[in-house]
Design a protein around this ligand. Sequence first.
Ligand SMILES: [Zn+2]
Length: 290
Amino acid sequence: MFDNQTYIGRFAPSPTGPLHLGSLYTALASFLDAKSQHGLWLLRIDDLDTPRNIAGATELILKTLEVFGLHWDGSVVYQSQSTKYYEEALQRLELSQLIYACQCSRKSLATDGPCYCGEKKLDLTLPHAYRVKITPKTIAFIDQLQGLISENRVDQTDFVIKRKDQIIAYQFAVVMDDHLQGITHVVRGYDLLASTSKQIYLQQLLGLTTPHYMHVPIIIDAHGFKLSKQTLAEGVDLNRPEQLLYELLGLLRQNPTIALRHASVQEQLSWGIAHWNPQALSDCQTITWA
Ligand SMILES: [Zn+2]
């Protein structure tokens, strides 16, 4: 889609509510990283988990990004448009016997122990999920901020890549989406670091390229809780974007100049791109927002 681009980044919010400070923080980091390297910054709406989607959230997310000057390249991509590609990849994995059907429920897993569906003959006319078979191996990668991450986390359990309710699971969808969009650089929150080895495992099974990863700190409140939709973090105030953008640059430890405090959104972003120094966040996992 975008030939000869050495940097293609993305921001991939779920339409489960308005953008709160924590997600805007990640969006800004990802935008500055892409633009400081003359890259493209794509926007993808992760709308596969339909029961969690909230009407109007997508429109609000797009408006918020526009108000904060975070203009994306190309048109918005919706996960729900890619179902065909997920199913094709799933079939390939099934033909290679790398996945198996599973009819365990959360309850049966809790009471009867781990899933042995791979060894059973199941009635496939009944609802079933798909799990990927895990071959124990160490997945290692260099995270641009967190350093060398070497995990054998993936060898713990065969994880679900298609849910019993027919929804493609997050890990699998993200791997396919990043591939379909030609993503070269993933900048996202530290809370997703634990997912990365699973995603790399899937990339390797599918023969896909692994992008560069950078996991930025997550914003926590004074009580140490992550700002998220679960903690009912409010959507950001769209009335004074300059003020919040200035604070976000500070939370990204970019040391914005005092003069920038009253500058326009565009001026602040231009400064942010020109001075982007992600290493200021090295080894940092959380930032407190008081
Ligand atoms: Zn099972």
